[in-house]
Design a protein around this ligand. Sequence first.
Ligand SMILES: Nc1ncnc2c1ncn2[C@@H]1O[C@H](COP(=O)(O)OP(=O)(O)OP(=O)(O)O)[C@@H](O)[C@H]1O
Ligand SMILES: [Mg+2]
Length: 323
Amino acid sequence: MITFHNVKKTFDDGTEAIKGIDLHIDEGKLVALIGPSGCGKTTTMKMINKLIQPTSGKITIEGKDIAHKKDVELRRNIGYVIQRIGLFPHMTIEENVGLIPKLKGRKKEEYKKKVDELLTLVGLEPSVFRKRYPLELSGGQQQRVGVVRALAGEPPIILMDEPFSALDPISREQLQNELKDLQKTIRKTIVFVTHDMDEALKVADEIVVMKDGRIEQIATPKELIENPANEFVRSFIGEERIQSNLNLASPEFKKITSIMEPAKVDSDLNLPSVNAESTLKETALLMLTQNVNQMLVEKDGKIIGMIQKNELLSALAGLGKGA
Ligand SMILES: Nc1ncnc2c1ncn2[C@@H]1O[C@H](COP(=O)(O)OP(=O)(O)OP(=O)(O)O)[C@@H](O)[C@H]1O
Ligand SMILES: [Mg+2]
């Protein structure tokens, strides 16, 4: 889908931000770029939508050199989520999200339904949020809208530059899970920049580790942890994660669905819910912080099951059916 052919970027002041990268990103994959501050992640990403021009080498999308494409056209087909969200403050949520479909010449009746679907998908009830302005939303809700806006134009490619970094750990966790769920249904090609190795390991199909304008390793999360290419990658992953990977089979990393009971028809829908992608450990933390003995399990906006605290605790202790 997206290929970098020996791409280099030297800025006008002589900074060699990218010292030659070759990278191929397959269609439908979520690829995370990770590395220390200043290693060239944002520069790499901005070269894909031509906010930055490479000094040499070329980038192709579906085999075609993007240097020959018009910037505006290219960008309409590439969703872009930035850390500071970038919603237009004077437009309602509905207008923000509908902007690209509108620019693409779609009729309002056509995209309105899609916008509502997407808002629902990220847990924002359209009837409540449609007419609000960005400042009337919490930071986490604004970030969800940012993600929805990038998706609304149905671009085949989405670039996300540290999209969740401003969030508290719980919202961040939820959005990571939602992104994974979403990716399973929409199958877009997503390039995702992050500082956070846990986030990369969790959401990415492939991880690109960068250092000082070069790529150190490209691997799946599993390969990366099992076979770090060199000392730098090893230290960037962190000894702790490498060691704990040895215990990945331990109960705390199991999916919550492994101990879930089917939800009963009369389940109390006021209970808090946890995403089906969550692990036992994450769910236990949520139960503790929310001080509840039961939780619902939610997948794609539907309740699919129920968790009992005592079941969860025995599973974590390696005793229950989840062990
Ligand atoms: N317009 C510019 N002019 C000169 N140097 C620049 C410019 N933009 C970025 N750089 C430099 O290029 C290098 C790579 O920057 P980039 O923004 O790609 O890093 P990054 O990996 O995204 O870092 P962070 O994790 O802090 O966001 C840095 O040394 C940065 O200072
Ligand atoms: Mg950056």
